[in-house]
Write a protein of this length. Structure first.
Length: 139
């Protein structure tokens, strides 16, 4: 089995809450950063998608916290696309500090036709067409 796509991020002080923990909203920002980093590694650019009239949308996200993160700590954020049938796909992400599970974020997404404002019927096909390395996306 290959290693999941991973980005490393250092928690900055201004991203913490009054208790010194990484703020909940920042977990979603880190997850978004990892998703876009994976999409870019697969050969797709946000500007190119917009030019083609499509864009990824997040329909749902769930975070489960296991441990706290504090300023100065490094976190590895993994990202894996999980494909099924239909208009949506799942993205499974984990946050690890020194190999220890800190949090999990699971989301449901789709690709939107930006003109019609509707989800594309088969996002897998669009990712296959636009990515230079769709294998990174699990395709």
């Amino acid at each position: 089995m290959t290693q999941p796509f991973t980005v490393r991020i250092t928690v900055r002080g201004y991203e913490t809450d009054s208790q010194g923990h990484l703020n909940t909203s920042v977990y979603t920002q880190y997850a978004e950063h990892a998703r876009w980093s994976l999409v870019q590694a697969a050969g797709m650019r946000q500007s190119e998608l917009i030019e083609k009239g499509i864009g990824p949308v997040n329909l749902e996200s769930t975070i489960r916290f296991h441990r706290e993160l504090r300023a100065g700590e490094e976190v590895e954020v993994t990202c894996a696309f999980v494909w099924g049938e239909g208009k949506t796909f799942r993205v499974e992400q984990t946050f690890h500090r020194d190999g220890e599970l800190v949090a999990e974020l699971h989301s449901v997404g789709g690709l939107m036709d930006l003109r019609a404002r509707k989800l594309l019927p088969d996002p897998r096909e669009s990712f296959r067409v636009f990515a230079s390395d769709p294998s990174l996306l699990g395709l």
